[in-house]
Write a protein of this length. Structure first.
Length: 718
């Protein structure tokens, strides 16, 4: 028997440190089942995968239900070390092996540690033998005073407990680690049960017995301890006690919307449904408390399913061995509600009433103003990085505009179990213009209000805001009328000031910026792929160390150029192609405006910029009739690295002219007259970057975008 094959080492006052094998023939693998069980713990719950009933129920519930209570013993104690500083209970009975500490003064001088011998006696000098067996700790001091008082007078005596005696107890039956345990005399049934690992997966939790001299002293129901905190059946152990764990009893399970779904042991073989629900902690908040399903094994032959109400009669139904009770959650369906969502002030569920229509749900226009609008409106101030407050000056659409022509009621047709879509005109519905558009609502309907951004509406129905800045008589942000053009808007708001230099006007558009940036990124990606391919070819064709170093330097140089090119960001500028510097309102392009368009008209410029590979990059005063060559001369001309054959003239209107278009530098192009506000760019020779011809051709594409001088400056070679 395993019960005779295990002892325990002792520490301090006798609590076991760890069970040890003393007879390998009696117990070949102590605690192995417990090791397996501990390895199967997930989330703190012992799954007990060896339990056949668990596997059987998993076919119904879709997962392994835990065996209730076994996780209490799943993790072995962190230490078996004794707790030596706990107070000795007042009703503790002194017995053989206990150590008593005595101190006396007066006519007696005592400072002793004495141990109670196996006869229950201690021996004191000049006093003799004193029988202390069975004396309660609370009476020990007075008892010893009386005994010593037979010999001495006029003295004081103090008595306390030192080391306590050890006990030998047996843990047998369906235990995780059965064996003989040497424990402290303070040990009880419960803490010794923990030392042994508690019941195995086949051991009972509800009928654990403590036997003494062949009789049952107490029977522990661990459920009472777990559920009610009742430890009244726990008793102090005596040497020779036997803790017996019988086989597990009848089992029933409960799953679903209860607080502790698990497999429970039925104490008397059967219990009522109400008691099983109580064991599981009761129904959860979301449980459907009207009825449950019960799966039962009938006559150990077939399985049957029953459904019954959770009324008084149903709660009194008996649950038997092998039963599974399933408690379902309530439906997510709202019985008397409609849902409003989308571009509205307060999306959510609202109570449905008989005869309810769309207009009852959206009584006025305020119900369509989204909260973000008020958030932006109320946030008039902000704090910048310096901690100073600054007033918001950006004017734009602060709210997604409502799509008045199209809204939707989504309804479930229970007959066909399909979704029905009922579109309606929102403006006519809540404005009272068309009673047929004010749809009659049903419970469960979902009403969606769209914005003009959710579903794109015709351009004529979209609000268009345009910024006019610079030399306008009334610069500002304006809402364009449907189909209105740029020329019409400029005329409508009062035209230009006398100082306006319309030729240098900058028209920028967001859709154009996105298109330019996409094309720009594609070009740079292609350039980068060319560089990588050329670098690989150069490395492969290198014949010596010098060739390798040259190829490496060439590749690094080209990568640096690409990195600079990636800094270029498209501005979205549209070249308006003004006839000359004397352009008027009639010359403004007659293009239809888009939301977010911006037209900036500066005052007349009095300078011409020269930049790039020249000796003196600077801005020079504009002089009517001066040519490209005149301004290059003022800048000192191209440097040694300057590419005279590839000079560019970026005019104030955004157009770009190059020496390639105008003939020799000192011929047609060099003699071209320069308008005010223009920029002359002398690029560096690209040969210094060891670029291929194809690569050089790609770089010219940048100028086709007319992306502005500010962007061109970011690339050092231009």
């Amino acid at each position: 028997m395993a019960s005779a094959g295990v002892t325990a080492t002792m520490g301090g006052d006798g609590l076991p440190l760890q069970p040890l094998l003393t007879n390998s023939d009696a117990l070949t693998s102590p605690g192995q089942d417990n090791v397996n069980q501990v390895e199967q713990i997930q989330g703190g719950t012992a799954l007990n995968l060896d339990n056949e009933f668990q596997k059987f129920l998993a076919q119904s519930v879709g997962r392994l239900l835990p065996m209730y209570g076994y996780n209490l013993f799943a993790q072995p104690p962190s230490t078996f070390a004794p707790v030596g500083d706990i107070p000795v209970p007042q009703d503790y009975a002194i017995g053989p092996g206990d150590e008593i500490i005595l101190a006396g003064w007066g006519q007696v001088d005592i400072d002793l540690r004495v141990t109670v011998d196996r006869n229950g006696v201690i021996n004191l000098p000049k006093v003799g033998a004193i029988n202390v067996a069975g004396v309660k700790y609370q009476n020990l001091e007075s008892y010893l005073k009386n005994q010593v008082g037979r010999v001495f007078r006029n003295f004081e005596l103090s008595a306390s407990m030192g080391k306590l005696r050890s006990l030998q107890v047996f843990v047998v039956g369906q235990a995780q680690r059965p064996g003989v345990y040497t424990v402290s005399s303070l040990s009880t049934l419960v803490n010794t049960l923990f030392m042994s690992g508690g019941p195995s997966q086949n051991g009972t939790m509800r009928h654990i017995q403590l036997k003494r001299a062949g009789k049952v002293v107490t029977e522990l129901d661990v459920y009472e301890l777990l559920i009610k905190g009742d430890k009244s059946k726990d008793v102090q152990l005596l040497s020779g006690d036997v803790i017996y764990i019988p086989p597990i009893g009848h089992l029933a399970a409960i799953s679903g919307s209860v607080k502790t779904p698990a497999i429970y042991e039925l104490k008397d073989g059967r219990t009522s449904l109400a008691s099983l629900l109580e064991l599981s902690g009761g129904l959860t908040t979301t449980a459907a408390g009207q009825k449950v399903l019960l799966e039962r094994i009938a006559d150990r032959a077939v399985r049957k399913v029953e459904e019954f109400q959770l009324d008084e009669q149903g709660l009194n139904r008996l649950v038997r061995d092998g039963d599974l009770v399933q408690v379902f959650s309530i439906d997510a369906r709202f019985d008397n509600a409609v849902t409003l969502r989308g571009n509205v002030a307060s999306p959510g569920r609202y109570p449905w009433k008989e005869g309810m229509r769309v207009r009852d749900l959206i009584p006025d226009m305020d119900a369509l103003i989204v909260p973000e609008y008020w958030t932006r409106q109320n946030n008039a101030f902000r704090v910048d990085t310096s901690g100073q407050s600054a007033l918001h000056a950006q004017i734009k659409r602060n709210v997604s505009e409502v799509n008045w022509d199209y809204a939707l009621v989504e309804r479930l047709s229970k007959r066909e179990m399909t979704t029905v879509l009922l579109p309606f005109n929102l403006g006519d519905a809540i404005g009272g213009k068309d009673a047929q558009q004010d749809l009659l609502l049903q419970p469960g309907d979902v009403i969606t209000i769209f914005s003009k951004d959710d579903i794109q509406v015709p351009s004529a129905k979209r609000s268009v805001y345009v910024r006019l800045e610079g030399e306008f008589n009334h610069a500002g942000v304006y809402k364009a009328q449907p189909g209105e053009t740029l020329r019409q808007l400029v005329a409508r708001i009062g035209g230009l000031t006398p100082q306006a230099f319309l030729f240098a006007g900058e028209l920028s558009r967001e859709s154009t910026r996105q298109s330019q940036q996409k094309r720009l990124d594609e070009i740079i990606d292609k350039l980068e792929a060319d560089v990588q391919r050329n670098a690989a070819q150069s490395s492969a064709g290198a014949l010596g160390k010098d060739d390798v170093e040259a190829a490496k330097a060439q590749a690094e140089s080209q990568k640096a150029l690409i990195a600079k090119m990636r800094q270029v960001k498209a501005t979205g500028r549209i070249v308006m192609e003004m006839p000359d510097e004397n352009a008027q309102i009639k010359d403004v392009p007659d293009i239809v405006l888009e939301d977010g368009d911006r037209l900036y008209v500066p005052s007349a410029s009095s300078t011409v910029n020269v930049m790039g590979a020249v000796y003196n990059q600077n801005a020079f005063l504009y002089k009517r009739g001066s040519s490209v060559n005149d301004y290059l001369t003022k800048s000192g001309g191209p440097t040694r690295d300057g590419d005279e054959d590839d000079v560019y003239l970026v005019r104030a209107d955004g157009t770009v002219l190059s020496s390639r278009q105008g003939g020799p530098m000192f011929g047609g192009f060099g003699g071209r007259e320069v308008q005010p506000g223009a920029t002359i760019v002398v690029p560096e020779k690209l040969e210094k970057y060891n670029l291929t011809k194809d690569f050089k051709d790609w770089t010219q594409i940048f100028y086709q975008f007319a992306i502005g001088i500010a962007s061109l400056k970011t690339i050092g070679v231009y």
